[in-house]
Each structure stands twice: as structure tokens, then as C-alpha cells.
Write a protein that binds this ligand. Structure first.
Ligand SMILES: Cc1cc2nc3c(=O)[nH]c(=O)nc-3n(C[C@H](O)[C@H](O)[C@H](O)COP(=O)(O)O)c2cc1C
Length: 182
């Protein structure tokens, strides 16, 4: 098993996949990792829809790739659509009072756990926030009042692991007082 410090470097947004199907048990392992994520009031406001049927996947990819974005969705053997399930009343209320959308944070954490589990299995992912929501809702029979939070492409990578491009540590953290970024 990879140590966590390696795993977070191994996970990257992969936009090129080889033509190899992903084993269902590995997909289930990724979903299990997402299932164990924390959430406000433990409301678990996520629902992961795995799209691996080739015809349907092609249609979902069509709803994801536009204006030059997300063309790799056609190549990925699996697309996972994360539906935002009914909000828990306590979380909605708490979010309203605190002016925060807890559901979005929750889904982000679950999606990251999914991606890190994939990385441990030497699978690659790309989180996608750019897609035609209404089209995907129709394709997957998601009812009107639900939202689609994110999508994840999943497959075996065609590209090596690269260095992360990130702000330096001292620019994004401080001790005992907030230090404004230059
Ligand atoms: C909420 C969210 C939405 C994203 N949407 C897209 C997307 O639609 N298309 C894409 O190619 N990458 C997307 N990304 C990937 C980011 O571009 C990527 O995480 C960032 O550049 C850092 O690179 P890394 O993931 O390889 O470390 C998204 C990432 C997040 C967290």
C-alpha cells in the first residue's frame, strides 16, 4: 500500500487514457472510499452513478465535452456522475445560518476520497465541473429538483505522473494570523 504522502502525489488530473476497461470491483472500492467521507451532520448528500455502458457513456461524454473542454471524456472507459442528493434539513438550516453550502464541501471531500482510492489502485481520474447538467440529468433519469455536482473520469493513464504545480507553502499558510497573499 502506498503511504498517504505518496498517494497525494500520485493522484493527478489525467486527460489521456489507454483502451483498457476498469474492473468493477475496483470501481466499487473507489465508491466505498467516497462512502466513508465525512459530511456536515453526517448527511452524506452524494449519489455516485457509474456510467460504463459504452453507448450511454458516449452520450454523457458528448454532454461533457464542449468549447474545447473535456474531450478526454470520450476516451475514458468510465464516467462517474455525482448527484447531489436531497439536502438534510439540519445541514440546510446550519448552512443558511452560517452562510455556507455544506453540501458542496461534503461532495468535494467524497470525490477526493474516490480519486485517492483510485490512485492507490493505479487508476487515474479527472474531476470535472464543466458539463451540460440538464442533458446529463435526462440521460441518467435524475429528477428535476436534484443537481449534478461533479463528474469524474476513470481509467488507466496513458501519461506519466507529473510534478504538481502549486503555490508555495508560505503563500498559502501562516501561523497565528492570516497573512494576505501578495
Ligand atoms: C471542482 C473541480 C472541477 C474541475 N473541473 C475540471 C474540468 O471540467 N475539466 C478538467 O479538465 N479539469 C477539471 N478539474 C481539474 C483541475 O484543473 C485540476 O485539479 C487542477 O488543475 C490541479 O491539477 P491536478 O489535479 O493534476 O493536481 C477540476 C477540478 C476540481 C476540483
Amino acid at each position: 500500500m502506498k503511504p498517504f504522502s505518496e498517494l497525494i502525489k500520485r493522484r493527478q488530473s489525467t486527460r489521456a487514457y489507454i483502451d483498457k476497461p476498469v474492473e468493477r470491483e475496483k470501481i466499487l472500492q473507489c465508491i466505498e472510499a467516497a462512502r466513508l467521507a465525512p459530511s456536515a451532520y453526517n448527511q452524506q448528500p452524494w449519489n455516485f452513478v457509474v456510467v460504463d455502458d459504452p453507448q450511454l457513456k458516449e452520450q454523457v461524454a458528448e454532454s461533457t465535452a464542449s468549447l474545447g473542454m473535456n474531450k478526454f471524456a470520450f476516451q475514458a472507459p468510465v464516467l462517474v456522475v455525482v448527484v447531489l442528493d436531497k439536502e438534510h434539513v439540519m445541514s440546510s438550516l446550519g448552512g443558511l445560518v452560517k452562510d455556507k453550502n455544506f453540501c458542496d464541501y461534503d461532495v468535494g471531500m467524497a470525490v477526493n476520497q474516490f480519486c485517492l482510492q483510485a490512485a492507490e489502485l493505479d487508476l487515474d481520474t479527472c474531476i470535472m465541473g464543466w458539463f451540460k447538467e440538464e442533458k446529463i440529468k435526462k440521460l441518467l433519469q435524475v429528477d428535476k429538483k436534484r443537481r449534478i455536482a461533479l463528474m469524474i473520469s476513470l481509467g488507466y493513464s496513458e501519461v506519466p505522473v507529473r510534478e504538481k504545480k502549486r503555490k508555495p507553502l508560505e503563500e498559502m499558510s501562516s501561523w497565528n494570523a492570516y497573512r494576505k497573499q501578495k
